[in-house]
Design a protein around this ligand. Structure first.
Ligand SMILES: [Zn+2]
Length: 195
C-alpha cells in the first residue's frame, strides 16, 4: 500500500524534491510551506500547517542537505522546524506522521563517520552524526531519543528513520514503509514535538 507523503526540504535542495516527484513512484502531496502563513499566533500557524498541508499525509520525508542544520549559519530554519513539529504532533483527527530523513549526497561525509570501538561495551558501533551540526533538533531528538541505559541506539530506540539518498532512490517505498510502521511501534510514545 502506498503511503501519502509530505516532503520537507530547504529551497536549495529543490532539485531532489523534484526528482522524487518526477522520477520516483511515490504518492505525495505537493505542497510546501515556503509561502509564509501570515500570523503571529504560533498555535494558529501550526494548526494551519496540520490542516492545510499535512492532514492526509502519513509520512514526512525530510531532505537533509547542507543547509538543514540547527546551527547552520544565516539559515532560517523556521519552516522545516514547523513542518517537522506539525508532523510529530499527535492530534485527534490527525495522528503524527512517520519521519523519514533522507541524507543527501553532500552530507554523507558529515553524517556517516565510520565505525568506532565502544569504551563501554567493547563492541563496534557506527558513528552516525545526527546533531545540531547536521540537522534540526526536531529530527535529532527523535532519532536519538534519550534512554536510560545502553551505549548505543538500536532500530527500536529511534522514531525517525534515516537513509542515504542513493539507497532511498533504489527502493523508496521500502523506507517509506519503515517510517510508517514507526507510528504504531512502542517508541512512538517517546517522541517530542518541540525538543
Ligand atoms: Zn557499545
Amino acid at each position: 500500500m502506498a503511503h501519502k507523503c509530505f516532503i520537507s526540504f530547504k529551497t536549495e535542495d529543490i532539485s531532489y524534491k523534484e526528482e522524487i516527484q518526477d522520477d520516483l513512484d511515490i504518492d505525495m502531496i505537493d505542497k510546501s510551506l515556503n509561502e509564509a502563513i501570515d500570523s503571529d499566533d504560533e498555535d494558529y500557524i501550526m494548526r494551519k500547517i496540520r490542516e492545510d498541508y499535512l492532514s492526509d499525509s502519513t509520512v514526512t520525508i525530510h531532505l537533509i542537505g547542507s543547509y538543514s542544520a540547527e546551527n547552520s549559519w544565516l539559515q532560517n530554519q523556521i519552516y522545516i522546524k514547523r513542518e517537522l513539529q506539525a508532523s510529530l504532533y499527535n492530534g485527534e483527527n490527525n495522528t503524527k506522521n512517520g519521519i523519514l530523513g533522507v541524507a543527501l549526497p553532500s552530507m554523507y561525509g558529515n553524517i556517516y563517520k565510520g565505525e568506532y570501538t565502544c569504551s563501554s561495551c567493547g563492541g563496534t558501533h557506527n558513528y552516525v552524526s545526527i546533531n545540531n551540526e547536521t540537522v534540526v533538533k526536531e529530527f535529532s531528538y527523535n532519532y536519538y531519543i534519550p534512554k536510560d541505559s545502553g551505549c548505543c541506539w538500536s532500530e527500536e530506540d529511534r522514531y525517525c528513520v534515516l537513509v542515504k539518498w542513493d539507497d532511498f532512490k533504489e527502493d523508496p517505498n521500502k523506507y517509506i514503509d519503515k517510517a510508517f510502521d514507526k507510528k504504531s511501534s512502542p517508541i512512538s510514545s517517546k517522541t517530542k514535538v518541540r525538543p
